[in-house]
Design a protein around this ligand. Structure first.
Ligand code: FCB
Length: 444
């Protein structure tokens, strides 16, 4: 049993995203997004599920914020749906969209919870998709204009901004593998999308800083794992050390060193992003913090002479088929400390697990494995802090069971169970465990 205390003022949060929880897809002037279109396309999402209703958070936000308050959380990461603010992506502002997020912020502040706002968590207005979406470099300007509108309207009460969530997923799941909206399979376009998301991040940071009525902090959230050896053989250890971590390499060097990874570019052959003069300076402008989403490592084996990813036969896996291994979190935190020269505060903006939860005869959800996942990863985070990582907060994914993208409602990540037929909420045992961690400010 570990008992590690976190620094005073460490933020304990939960995270969600607009399309995954809000519902009210056609209410109060919200425009259509690429995820509405994608989920309504037969065969794209398991069971034909959509985010039309999701957790109905648009109507139940007060109750959800009270749930967070009862857990004792001090911060909440949520995203703004671009098509609620600008139904066609650019042009006229939908005041009702602004008003919704304004109400959410007031409610959070009244509950003593600090808002962390993600501007883009994947719900791009469909009109912008029709103009090329993320493959069109004009999107940097469209995004900056949208970000400025939100920062101007909400920046009197919210000071922590995340431009984009996981641009690797936007680029490669959306435009290369086609398993996320908009469902395109074109590697070349995905590579250009990487660059355009980075441009949008740089332009968005500038726009938010200029528009916010109060001093603010701006960063980005990147998803990262860590390459761990499949076995403890020397050959696997070397293979893991040398294997490319493409998520890391596409985004960390441009943002923190102002250039693309030479290795990726040389391996890419003809597939290079088109970079214009001034782009890299914009992309590598100062970040006030970096958000890390960590779920799982990748196991690298050298068997057969070629390094490749394998399953860990002795590993524990979640319902996402992601290995549970907190050591990967510890290692990536240390690596990020090194690459940012310890000068950029870090937040874990997502970490969590999906399991097959059941409501027990006693009416509770005894999700010991989710609590154990939390305990393991919080211990790793605490160890990283002890070893000098400037980690300021932890946002558990997720507050609620929700719409898990192409997997629809078949994967439950919540600390709180949602009955999607009745919209009833029920705090799971892991939620109670998290509440006790927060109260102790320590891994217990
Ligand atoms: C991340 C996403 C988040 C959620 C988790 C499980 O990649 O940012 O919305 O789906 O995975």
């Amino acid at each position: 049993m570990t008992n590690r205390t976190f620094p005073q003022g460490f933020l304990w949060g939960t995270a969600t995203a607009s399309y995954q929880i809000e519902g009210a897809a056609r209410e109060d002037g919200r425009g259509e997004s690429i995820w509405d279109r994608f989920s309504q396309t037969p065969g794209k999402v398991v069971n034909g599920d959509t985010g039309d209703v999701a957790c109905d958070h648009y109507h139940l936000y007060k109750q959800d914020i009270q749930l967070m308050k009862s857990l004792g959380v001090s911060a909440y990461r949520f995203s703004v749906a671009w098509p609620r603010i600008l139904p066609t992506g650019t042009g006229s502002v939908n005041q009702k969209g602004i008003d919704f997020y304004s109400r959410v912020i007031d409610e959070l502040l009244a509950a003593g919870i600090r808002p962390f706002i993600t501007l883009y968590h994947w719900d791009l207005p469909i009109e912008l998709h029709d103009r090329g979406g993320w493959t069109n470099r004009d999107i940097a300007g469209w995004f900056a204009d949208y970000a400025a509108i939100v920062a101007r309207a909400l920046g009197d009460r919210a000071q922590d901004w995340i431009t984009l969530n996981e641009p690797w997923c936007t680029s490669f799941l959306g435009y290369d593998m086609g398993v996320h909206a908009p469902g395109i399979c074109n590697h070349h376009l995905a590579v250009q999308t990487v660059h355009n998301t980075l441009l949008a991040h740089g332009a968005g940071m500038q726009a938010i800083r200029a528009a916010s009525p109060t001093p603010c902090r701006v960063g980005i959230t990147l998803n990262m794992g860590y390459n761990l050896p499949a076995t403890d053989s020397e050959a696997d250890r070397i293979a893991a050390e040398n294997a490319v971590d493409s998520v890391y390499e596409w985004f960390v060097p441009p943002i923190f060193a102002g250039h693309y990874s030479e290795r990726l570019l040389s391996e890419g052959g003809e597939q290079q992003p088109v970079v214009q003069p001034g782009d890299m300076a914009l992309i590598s402008a100062r970040n006030d913090f970096l958000g890390l989403n960590y779920y799982s490592p990748t196991r690298i084996s050298s068997a057969g002479g070629v390094a490749h990813a394998v399953r860990n036969p002795n590993g524990e896996y979640t319902e996402m088929d992601w290995e549970v291994e907190p050591e990967g979190l510890y290692r990536i935190l240390l690596k990020l400390k090194k690459v940012t020269k310890g000068q950029v505060p870090l937040y874990i903006t997502e970490n969590g697990s999906a399991f097959l939860d059941e409501v027990a005869p006693d009416g509770a959800v005894h999700d010991e494995r989710r609590a154990a996942y939390l305990r393991g990863h919080l211990s790793a985070a605490s160890r990283a802090i002890t070893d000098g990582v400037d980690l300021r907060g932890y946002f558990e994914w997720s507050l609620l069971d929700n719409f898990e993208w192409a997997l629809g409602y078949t994967r439950r990540f919540g600390l709180v169970r949602v009955n999607f037929a009745t919209q009833e909420r029920l705090i799971k045992d892991s939620g109670h465990y998290y509440r006790d961690v927060i109260a102790a400010n320590a891994v217990i």
